[in-house]
Each structure stands twice: as C-alpha cells, then as structure tokens.
Ligand binder design. Structure first.
Ligand code: ZN
Ligand code: ZN
Length: 362
C-alpha cells in the first residue's frame, strides 16, 4: 500500500516536472511510509525520486524505530547519520543530482532552508502533489473515518453525565477528554466546551467559567484513533431551556446544516456546498454571524483538503471526507454549531456522525 502511494507521488512529480519530493515527519510522512516519527531537531527525511525510487535518512539512534515500522518493506532505502555527520550532505550525496525539488508543506523552515543550501537551488512547496493524493480516501480509510465517527458519537451520547449548570467548562472538558480515550481514541486532539457568551468564539477551548442554567453550550470534540484517522463532531446543548430567540436561530441553523448535507454529492463544487448552508443563514438575517467556512477535509489530520469554502471550485469526488459545520456566533451573547463528518460515495454522501442534531436539552 505504501509503495503504491509513493509510486503515485512519483507519477505526479513526472507530470509537474520535478525530480524529487522531500518529506519530513508529519502526516505526509505517515501517509507515505506508515512511519510516525516525531518532528524533532534531528533530520529524518524521505526523498522520493520521480523514477519511483526512494531513500529515507534517519538519525542512527532512531534506525531501530524506523526498521520496526517496516519502512524498508515499501522498497525505501534506509540510511542513517550519526551525531557528528551533516545529514543534509549525506542525504543529497546519496541521491546524486537534485535540480528541481519539492518539499512537503509541513516541513520545518529550518530543514527546508538547509536542504536548499546543500542542493544549491530553491525548493518549492509540494502543495497539491501530496494533497490531491491524500484527499481521495480508499475504502479502508473511509472505514477508519466511520469508526472514528462512531467513537466520537459515543462521547456525545453520554454528555448528560457531565454537562450541567454549576460545573465549569474545564471540569466538563476533563470528563469529556477521559471519555474520548475510553471510546477508543489514542489521543484527545481538542475539547471545546463553550458556554453562554463563550459560544460566540468558534475556537474557544475551555475556561473556568461556571455553566449557567438555560445557557446554550457548544461542544466540539475530536481525537485520533489508533488507525491514525481523526474524529471531529459538534453538537450544541442547553442546560434547561434556551431563550426563545436562540431557539428560532437554532432552527435556521439546523435547516442550513441539513440542506448542505442533503445537497453534497459527487460533481458539485466545494464552494456550492458552502453556499447552500450560507444562503439559508443569510435569508434569515444570520449571514453576518456565520464567520467561518462551512467545512474542511479530514483524514490523518483534522484539517486538510478539501476545504468547503467560497472560491474552491474543486468538484466533490467519491473518496472525499469533510465536515459540514455551519454555525452562528452572536458576540457577547451566544453561539451554535452543528458539525458532521461526511464521506462522499459514488452517488451522495454517508454521514459518519449520527447523534441527534437537535438542540439537546440536558
Ligand atoms: Zn471541524
Ligand atoms: Zn469540530
């Protein structure tokens, strides 16, 4: 599987007229090799050549870890460097002539800069060479995303156990984080518990604010499964009864989210999915309060291509996986968001999140 991915990269390099792609530890490296190295100061770097051959340099002390990850099974030649060698010189001399290289976007600037110096020509960002491949998920990857969706649904289903007036967002957040792990995730990636006015900040995390009676609470949570694939789902709760105006706004949001989910299918552009949700909020006077794009792709990273945003004319394709998460954010008052991760099938979409999208009263 990893060798197939490397061959697809090589094919893209041939098409774009580049001779090498350099990839340092990141989701990109994990995708191409299965090797999950930490991005640290010592150089670990995969070099994929346009002819399909590949070399990876690792610090000598990390060679056993690289071997254990079975990098060599994918046909990657492994070389190592000891503490006193210059890893950039060693890698480039092992490759021979390098003239028009790309680097993965997630490479540290420091490493790109050293590569550029040793190669003697400018490096360019790989951008779409990697993301065009990564964004189309295989059936195994789709299954992994659905498993992640089920795991995070399990956490939302238990929200009544933790979310109640008198507790702080931080206390509730800690219980949620424990539950994310218990539901099968390997790591907790984020926990947003945004009560009352904090709900108006889409990326609020948790605070010591005490949750009040009748306050809406936006809960956006996600983690990474042992498979490497991520979950991400938002539901909005109310401890008691929400204000009448809020309930009306929420009904509009629910309609907007449902309309975008019903509309998304292969062939429609990413921006048109955004427009479907946005137009409904606009028609009800909530357009100015929907301050972010409708969604993002998801896979080995929580945010990756394709982005569901105005200006993205890319058509959806079978294998795309992305969020549909419109919201409204009224400064100093409250906010709401409904977020599902969906995967694009040959005829429509399949939802990985299936808990109630109603304003759930706890
Ligand atoms: Zn999201
Ligand atoms: Zn989210």
């Amino acid at each position: 599987m990893f060798n197939q991915r490397i061959q697809r990269v090589a094919e893209s390099l041939r098409q774009s007229g580049n001779d090498f792609l350099f990839v340092t530890p990141s989701a990109d490296l994990k995708y191409l090799t299965g090797y999950q190295a930490l991005p640290l100061e010592r150089l670990t770097c995969l070099a994929v050549k346009s002819d399909g051959s590949s070399v990876m340099i690792v610090p000598t002390l990390e060679r056993p870890a690289a071997e254990a990850s079975r990098v060599a099974d994918s046909g990657i030649e492994l070389i190592d460097w000891n503490e006193t060698e210059n890893p950039y010189d060693k890698l480039i001399s092992a490759l021979g002539k390098v003239s028009n290289p790309l680097v993965n976007n997630l490479m540290w600037v420091e490493k790109a800069w050293h590569l550029q110096e040793v190669i003697g020509s400018q490096v360019h960002l790989a951008n779409s060479v990697l993301s065009d491949i990564r964004e189309i998920k295989t059936p195994d990857e789709i299954a992994a995303l659905h498993a992640a969706g089920r795991a995070i649904d399990e956490v939302h289903e238990q929200m009544h156990l933790w979310l109640r007036p008198g507790r702080t967002e931080r206390e509730v957040g800690r219980d949620i984080a424990d539950a994310i792990l218990k539901a099968g995730h390997e790591t907790v990636d984020f926990v947003i518990v945004a009560s009352g006015p904090n709900g108006a900040s889409p990326h609020h995390e948790v605070s010591d604010r005490v949750i009040g009676v009748n306050e809406p609470v936006v809960v956006d949570i996600g983690g990474t499964m042992p498979s490497g694939y991520c979950s991400d789902s938002t539901r909005t709760y109310v401890c008691g009864t929400a204000p009448k105006q809020y309930v009306e706004y929420y009904a509009v949001l629910q309609e907007a989210q449902r309309a975008a989910v019903d509309y998304a299918r292969p062939g429609v552009t990413c921006e048109s999915v955004d427009m479907v949700a946005r137009n409904i909020l606009k028609d009800h006077g909530l357009g100015e309060f929907f301050i972010h794009r409708t969604g993002h792709g998801i896979g080995l990273e929580t945010h990756e291509e394709p982005y569901i945003v105005a200006g993205n004319l890319k058509p959806l394709q079978e294998g795309h996986a992305f969020s549909i998460e419109p919201g409204f954010y009224i400064p100093n008052k409250y906010g709401a968001r409904i977020e599902d991760i969906v995967t694009c099938t040959s005829t429509g979409i399949s939802n990985t999140n299936n808990t109630s999208r109603d304003l759930v009263s706890l």
